[in-house]
Design a protein around this ligand. Structure first.
Ligand SMILES: Cc1cc2nc3c(=O)[nH]c(=O)nc-3n(C[C@H](O)[C@H](O)[C@H](O)COP(=O)(O)OP(=O)(O)OC[C@H]3O[C@@H](n4cnc5c(N)ncnc54)[C@H](O)[C@@H]3O)c2cc1C
Length: 415
């Protein structure tokens, strides 16, 4: 009997919205609240550094659901509201306007927020971060005006913003203390491919270079770098990673360590309280350890798993991590998870911008990335999931179908 129950989802973004949708789809007929600190109804963030930022698609393209969806499904969507206190022993949530609500099940989908650069000049006008649609609108306004931008951080956000700014005709400089873009995830060899792509498009890539200070009279005008340069600019975009929003959970005494700790059912250390999406540091059955994934597909899939478990199911989230990125005409998908690897095997020539990279530990593929090569994610995932022993030569050989490597010679069925 769920009709008398109240379920609350905190965080009205992808994970939270998909959880609310699933609760209703699975028959939850009690009171359902979806609480969001932002004023917008749930939207997806990937376009905010890509086509939405460049002004190629409008606001209507980013929403998770149609305008009327929440009312139609009797989901009380409360926007511009922040949950400020959680008393898990009383099953009560407190809001910024003083209201308190009791819940029977709670999902924390509070996501992540950009890490701030605490350096001299960090508070100057024109030092921008990108997380929300509001941030993207502000940045788009800057792109419209043109000029020179310095992007601090060559991770996914920095790299995509740099690409979009170049596509809009701005003068772009990217700096990062690591030797190539995306080095932590891709390593030096594959990261160098992205460095070259940006250089080809006219970006000044200052790798191995940190930032010391932002300078200007109220407004940022220069970036002082660790190697003593002074870069003139009209504005700066900082993309130096995100931190999980754990404050509510931590203050309530839930176990927190690089995110809210959850088991494979996405339940926190407190029964009846779940966490999903960027904020969840979740036990992953395949890896046998906790991992926190800051990607769209993870939020998309964990929200529904948490919802099922709020209803008493024992669903497990054990999908392999997956993400995508688009920069200029270079699209990619990456799946798997690799903190360290022995070597990288390439199938295809990276200079053609059409290739697949595999990260291996001993003779097993632990991650794969297809760049401008499509419809291969299933066999790549199968290679990883089945822990297939592979031969480097056959892995590199485009004439050997990936399906054959994953499933054996003569395989004809779907992956
Ligand atoms: C610009 C950009 C581009 C991206 N591009 C890609 C991409 O190409 N590929 C990819 O795989 N991933 C991409 N991502 C990552 C992806 O968008 C995130 O993984 C995803 O948004 C996580 O969703 P979430 O619902 O867990 O959290 P979030 O999207 O962070 O949402 C959490 C929500 O909770 C709200 N909230 C927090 N605390 C409270 C509170 N106490 N009370 C009420 N509300 C609260 C926040 O305001 C926020 O709206 C991108 C992210 C950004 C910012």
């Amino acid at each position: 009997m769920t009709a008398e129950q109240t379920f609350i989802v905190v965080g009205a973004s992808l994970a939270g919205a998909k959880a609310a949708e699933t609760l209703r789809a699975e028959g939850f007929d009690g009171r359902l609240l979806l609480i969001g600190a932002e004023d917008e109804r749930p939207y997806e963030r990937p376009p905010l550094s890509k086509d939405y930022l460049r002004g190629e698609v409008g606001r209507e393209k980013v929403y998770v659901h149609e305008q009327g969806f929440y009312a139609d499904h009797d989901i009380e969507l409360r926007l511009g509201r922040t949950a400020v206190g959680l008393d898990s022993s009383a099953s009560e949530l407190a809001f910024d306007d003083g209201e308190r609500l009791r819940y029977d099940r709670l999902l924390l989908a509070t996501g992540a927020e950009p890490r701030r650069l605490e350096i001299p000049g960090g508070e100057l006008d024109g030092v921008l971060y990108l997380r929300s649609v509001e941030d993207s609108d502000a940045l788009r306004g800057r792109l419209d005006r043109g000029g020179a931008v310095v992007v601090v951080g060559a991770g996914w956000i920095g790299a995509e913003v740099a690409a979009s700014a170049r596509q809009r005709g701005l003068q772009v400089t990217v700096l990062d203390p690591l030797s190539v873009p995306l080095e932590r995830v891709l390593g030096a060899e594959v990261g160098a491919v992205y460095r070259d792509v940006h250089v080809e498009h006219g970006v000044q890539m200052l790798m191995g270079t940190g930032v010391e200070a932002f300078e200007g009279d109220g407004v940022v005008q220069r970036v002082r770098t660790s190697d003593g340069r002074s870069l003139e600019c009209d504005f700066v975009v900082v993309g130096v990673g995100v931190a999980p929003r754990t404050q509510l959970a931590a203050e309530a005494g839930l176990a927190v360590d690089n995110g809210i700790l959850v088991d494979e059912h996405l339940q926190t250390s407190v029964p009846g309280v779940f966490a999903a999406g960027d904020v969840a540091n979740a036990h992953h059955a395949f890896y046998g350890e906790r991992i926190r994934v800051e990607h769209w597909a993870n939020a998309l899939n964990q929200g529904p798993v948490a919802a099922r478990n709020m209803l008493g199911d024992a669903a497990v989230h054990d999908r392999l991590p997956y993400f995508f990125s688009d920069q200029y005409d270079v699209g990619m998908e990456y799946c798997g998870f690799a903190r360290a690897w022995d070597r990288v095997v390439l199938r295809g020539d990276p200079s053609t911008r059409e290739f697949i990279a595999f990260w291996l530990v001993e003779d097993r593929v632990v991650a794969g990335m297809n760049v401008n090569v499509w419809d291969v994610i299933d066999p790549i995932q199968a290679l990883i999931r089945e822990r297939v022993a592979v031969d480097d030569g056959r892995l590199a050989d485009p004439d050997v179908p990936l399906e054959e490597l994953a499933h054996g010679r003569g395989w004809t069925g779907p992956t």
